[in-house]
Design a protein around this ligand. Structure first.
Ligand code: TRP
Length: 333
């Protein structure tokens, strides 16, 4: 079997919340510690710029997200952890790929089409209202992120699988035209990946405003947890854990035995106030130590930068020769 190369991009928008932790950070950190895996983990800050053009927010978000991944134990010895914007070769490669990408392919991208549809629904004079070339062509940038490091496996959410197909399509065209230089990547979609419910029971997401931040003080965490929506069942009434937001969040952090004990407590009619207190204690127990580390890192950005600078060096040791090969292949070098 030939060697696998795993690669994960993290768009640096927003503040990490419990949903990001359960759905993305926890499984990725575990994978980074797996001796068979390692791989590439990068902060997709040029992707974040598509939606976020506030320089202060952009910088803050990248710092919070890097601190969170490091505090939660990303193995930066085994894995290569870097900022996309530190790898100028990715931008050069993006242009080469852009010249090989059919515009029609980009026309079909869901992210772009969704905004066009919204404009049509709102009867906007221009269906492309508010759409930048960044939004339109970002699947090409994403293809360069992936193809640069010859990634074979890319864990993504279902919403991103189309981008992986596009990356393959683009790579195939390049190879057909210039010779076999690029490696075909495949999406790895984990259908069992946990989707955490938010305060209101819908998927925890920044766009719904129903998130619980990952690293706030214990007091604030408790306050957020107390806001989780419950029904009007009284203490003493048996409760159904299935589809219950509070229980789902509990389960995402609990061991088998803890989850089983909580199921029993529901059957025995635990009050919502008690259940929330127990959820708080569980989550706080998991996050207390990383939180301390996170606060240290946030107070000392130079420490984060040092790790990311080392990551950039490791990454560029690969991206430079790769770009050289591509430059020769296309005839500019
Ligand atoms: N677009 C991805 C997202 O929104 C993030 C991303 C950027 C990415 N470049 C990537 C993911 C390369 C995997 C590989 O989630």
């Amino acid at each position: 079997m030939s060697k696998q190369t795993w690669l994960t991009g993290i768009t640096t928008s927003g503040t990490p919340h419990l949903g990001n932790y359960v759905g993305a950070i926890r499984p990725a950190v575990e994978a980074s510690r797996n001796p068979e895996r390692g791989g590439f983990y990068f902060l997709a800050d040029y992707h974040a710029m598509i939606k976020n053009q506030d320089p202060v927010l952009l910088r803050d978000s990248r710092q919070q997200i890097s601190a969170a991944w490091l505090a939660l134990g990303l193995d930066t010895e085994r894995a290569t952890f870097y900022r996309q914007s530190d790898i100028p070769e990715i931008m050069e490669m993006t242009w080469m790929l852009t010249c090989l990408t059919a515009k029609g392919l980009m026309n079909r991208a869901h992210a772009y089409k969704a905004v066009v549809q919204e404009n049509l629904d709102n009867e906007a004079a221009d269906p492309d209202k508010g759409i930048t070339m960044g939004l339109f062509s970002y699947p090409i940038l994403m293809a360069a992120d992936i193809l640069m490091f010859r990634a074979t496996h890319v864990p993504v959410g279902r919403d991103q699988t189309q981008h992986l197909e596009m990356a393959r399509d683009i790579a195939q065209r390049f190879n057909h035209h210039y010779g076999d230089l690029l490696v075909m990547p495949q999406a790895v979609v984990d259908d069992k990946a946990s989707v955490l419910a938010g305060l209101d029971g819908r998927k925890m997401s920044k766009s719904y405003g129903n998130t619980i931040p990952l690293f706030e003080t214990a007091r604030k965490l408790r306050k957020s947890i107390m806001k989780i929506k419950t029904n009007s069942q009284e203490p003493g009434e048996p409760k159904d854990p299935e589809g219950n937001t509070l229980f789902e969040i509990y389960e995402a952090f609990a061991s088998e035995e803890q989850a089983q004990a909580m199921r029993q407590a529901y059957a025995d009619g635990i009050g919502w106030g008690d259940a929330k207190q127990q959820l708080f204690e569980l989550v706080d127990g998991v996050l207390a130590e990383p939180r301390q580390r996170y606060d240290e890192l946030m107070a000392n950005p130079a420490e984060i930068d040092a790790v990311l600078n080392t990551g950039a060096e490791k990454a560029r040791a690969l991206s430079r020769p790769m770009l050289d090969e591509m430059r020769r292949a296309v005839g500019v070098a």
